[in-house]
Write a protein that binds this ligand. Structure first.
Ligand code: NDP
Ligand code: HSE
Length: 432
């Protein structure tokens, strides 16, 4: 057997300690598959004394992680720190500049700096790999970059955040309160260091921007993703959606429309007969529609130590085999930025929920605003008197231009009858 691939682990939290456990448990099999062993030679994190549930005594502890970029005993740096900038970015950039391959689980960094880092890796013919960054343990990066590479991808979409899916499905199944479920997700190791990245849709947007780049060959453009999270979704919305034959899921959706790139992360009403309606808990699922492959669906655990470590180590096996290739599905230097597509031009059905004062004329006021903006209502339910004496009005529109729906709500923005901003969710269809 040839010389080992010598790796350094930067970050020993949920993902980093999972990688140590996996390499220890499956090391012999991995060496056979990779053609050589993968050997952890150095580790670093903030706190040397923290108990991580894994034995670190066999590895050299490095106080200053930046030393790893120039360490002659390290072939490949594994970045599992997190954060788009700061230590993770500096370490990755310096390591690539010094000719070391990098494996990362960091979607925020790839979403913000992926093009620059890919250019550095490709200029030197070394690897930058990030399978764990999108959808945890699911090999979707490899699936799109390699397996589906002969296709023109028409649309890529799916459930990209395990924390949000765990929260939505637990609320749906047990009627549990939002905050309590978020706390469980944090304890299970699913949530980001700043959980607002999960619940406000930012984490899913990072992943979507990467998937769009891989699928369409366009430069990663995170800033152009239209993002909304699940913070405002009430148990009543989940109940109303169910009554209408839908389930609420936070989806990332990207497609190229006449050369313009549409990218959106939003809670959607997913028809009960759609496979994504049955993706529960922290599971993720990515659907890619290829012009020859048809619909491909990648499904599996989207977060947690084991699944994420599985993706990190798969990247290491590729590197040990000498398989680097382009970072995205084509050379980074040939990927150009596409103009963002305006969501206002899109047509579809929307679910709109208002909390209003229970008094005469409120419904007439809302429906007049819809009429004036040319938005037709397909169904409407008024329910649930709250403790404060308010009621919920939920409606589904007929097919409408999104800009007309926005205009109808603008007309109501000064209304004293509305309590808080209305919540709008689109109904998933083949046109999205
Ligand atoms: P954790 O918070 O569990 O671990 C982060 C690690 O980075 C800790 O060991 C911490 O050290 C170390 N660290 C943080 N800041 C510094 C610093 N300034 N200098 C040195 N070390 C530092 O995060 P996760 O393991 O959950 O996530 C790591 C990465 O993987 C992130 O990019 C995340 O988005 C991504 N990811 C996570 C998934 C998950 O399910 N958790 C799934 C897919 C991707 P210390 O322990 O000493 O505090
Ligand atoms: N916080 C992320 C999630 C981890 O919940 O999906 C996996 O990327």
């Amino acid at each position: 057997m040839t010389s080992p691939l010598r790796i350094a682990l930067a970050g020993l939290g949920t993902v980093g300690s999972g990688v140590i456990r996996l390499v220890n448990e499956n090391g012999a099999m991995i060496a056979q598959r990779a053609g050589r062993p993968i050997e952890i030679v150095a580790v670093t994190a903030r706190d040397r004394n923290r108990d991580r549930g894994v034995d670190l005594s066999a590895y050299r502890w490095v106080d200053d992680m930046n030393d790893l970029a120039t360490d002659p005993e390290v072939d490949c740096v594994v970045e599992m720190i997190g954060g788009s900038d700061g230590p993770a970015y500096n370490l990755t950039r310096n390591s690539l500049l010094h000719g070391k391959s990098v494996v990362t689980a960091n979607k925020a960094m790839i979403a913000h700096h992926g093009m620059e880092l890919a250019g550095l890796a490709e200029d030197q013919n070394i690897a930058l790999k990030y399978e764990a960054a999108v959808a945890g343990g699911i090999p979707v990066i490899k699936g799109l970059r390699d397996g589906a590479s002969a296709n023109r991808i028409e649309r890529v979409y799916g459930i990209l955040n395990g924390t949000c899916n765990y929260i939505l499905t637990t609320m749906e199944q047990h009627g549990t309160d939002f905050e309590a479920v978020l706390k469980d997700a944090q304890e299970l190791g699913y949530a980001e260091a700043d959980p607002s990245f999960d619940i406000d849709g930012v984490d899913a947007a990072h992943k979507l921007a990467i998937l769009a780049a891989l699928s369409f060959g366009t430069a990663v453009n995170f800033d152009a993703v239209d993002v909304a999270g699940i913070r405002n979704i009430m148990a009543a919305d989940i109940g109303q959606a169910k009554a209408l034959g839908y389930r609420i899921r936070l989806l990332g959706m990207a497609r190229l429309d006449g050369g313009k790139l549409f990218q959106r992360v939003n809670p959607y009403l997913v028809p009960e007969n759609h496979p994504l309606a049955h993706i529960d808990g922290s599971t993720n699922a990515v659907v890619a529609e290829g012009n020859f492959s048809g619909r491909l669906m990648f499904q599996g655990a989207g977060a947690g130590d084991g699944p994420t470590a599985s993706a990190v180590v798969a990247d290491l096996i590729d590197i040990a085999r000498g398989d680097s290739g382009t970072v995205f599905s084509m050379p980074a230097g040939e990927m150009t930025c596409s103009e963002p597509a305006e969501s206002g031009n899109r047509t579809g059905k929307s679910y709109i929920r208002f909390i209003v004062a229970d008094k005469p004329g409120v419904l007439a006021e809302i429906t007049a605003a819809m009429r004036d903006a040319d938005v037709s209502i397909e169904s409407l339910i008024q329910t649930q008197k709250t403790a404060e004496g308010s009621v919920l009005i939920s409606m589904v529109t007929h097919q409408s231009l999104e800009r007309d729906v926005v205009a109808s709500l603008d007309k109501l923005s000064d209304s004293s009858s509305l309590q808080g901003a209305p919540v709008v969710m689109h109904l998933l269809s083949d046109q999205d």
